[in-house]
Design a binder for this molecule. Structure first.
Ligand SMILES: C[S@@+](CC[C@H](N)C(=O)[O-])C[C@H]1O[C@@H](n2cnc3c(N)ncnc32)[C@H](O)[C@@H]1O
Length: 285
């Protein structure tokens, strides 16, 4: 946790307790999410109090008690202090995202990545966001690029409900269409050959859906924003590893492609990385 918070807690916690204090916490709207395990549970109120003391707009502190898991990418949260709620409105790059943190996935840590992708879209584009959550990438693209159509798919009914509300909140109903369903089914049913750009922000399973992403690209091709997790030992290049993995799959599908950009989005564990690739795919007619 940040230096200022540590200084406040230094007066309240023992040295060994400070040493095992997590390195960070998230603030989503007016809710702070901490990850305090059993070993520091006896100090959870002091930690929550200090967070509220230095973040004047924080009204609620929740403790995340399970990892983000399952297809819906959800986590267990327990109330620690303040208002008893899990719903909030987060402001990011001039957009408002309403979200229930218990029922939908949301991470403020993807903020830069969302802006990076949104900056690439142009006003004439049709975009398919295959794993859209509460609509953050989709809405940001509509606001920043004024794309002509963004199909915003998610399999979680709660995420789609919030995406619909966020579309209204951000006044982008003419551009963004939230759709409930499995991305593969939705594409097969109504989005084959429509997209200039496809987003795949589900690193756990994006690889399985590459063929669907390609299917939704226009004849001629377009750009896929691909996400994956990778382990890279010392000396190994995480981005290169994912380029190899995806490249083999695209070649098997008989496609020509060019990886235009790659970056590490974040470190998710010891030597585990989340990687983003921007891939331009050419489709033969
Ligand atoms: C990591 S979250 C997406 C985050 C979102 N792009 C954002 O910026 O907040 C992945 C999302 O994919 C959804 N999902 C999982 N499997 C899916 C599938 N087969 N089809 C469509 N959505 C799916 C989950 O419900 C979850 O909301």
């Amino acid at each position: 946790m940040g230096g200022f918070l540590r200084r406040i807690l230094a007066e309240k916690l023992e040295r060994w307790e400070l040493e095992i204090l997590p390195g960070s916490y998230d603030v989503v709207g007016d809710i702070a999410v901490i990850r305090i395990g059993e070993n520091l549970r006896h100090r959870i109120r002091e930690i929550a109090e200090a967070i509220i003391q230095i973040n004047k707009h924080v009204k609620t502190v929740l403790n995340q008690t399970s990892p983000v898991s399952g297809d819906l990418r959800l986590r267990r949260l327990e109330w620690v202090m303040g208002e008893k709620k899990t719903e909030t409105i987060h402001r990011e790059h001039g957009c408002l995202f309403k979200v229930d943190l218990e029922r939908c996935y949301f991470s403020p840590r993807l903020s830069f990545e969302r802006l990076r992708v949104a900056r690439q879209a142009t006003p004439s584009e049709v975009i398919v966001n295959m794993f859209a959550g509460v609509g953050c990438f989709s809405i940001l693209i509509a606001k920043k690029a004024g794309a002509c159509r963004v199909y915003s798919i998610d399999i979680n009914p709660w995420a789609v409900k919030y995406a619909e509300e966020n579309v209204r909140l951000n006044r982008v109903s003419r551009v963004v269409e939230p759709i409930l369903g499995d991305a593969r089914d939705v594409i097969e049913e109504r989005l084959v050959g429509v997209a200039d750009r496809v987003l795949m922000p589900l690193p756990e399973r994006a690889y399985e859906y590459i063929d669907s992403a390609v299917e939704s690209l226009r004849a001629g091709g377009g750009t896929i924003h691909y996400y994956d997790f990778v382990h890279a030992s010392k000396g190994e290049d995480p981005i290169g590893k994912i380029e190899g993995k995806v490249g083999r799959k695209l070649s098997l599908l008989g496609l020509e492609f060019n990886v235009e950009f790659g970056r590490i989005v974040r470190t998710v564990g010891p030597r585990w990385f989340q990687v983003a690739l921007d891939i331009h795919v050419r489709k033969k007619d």
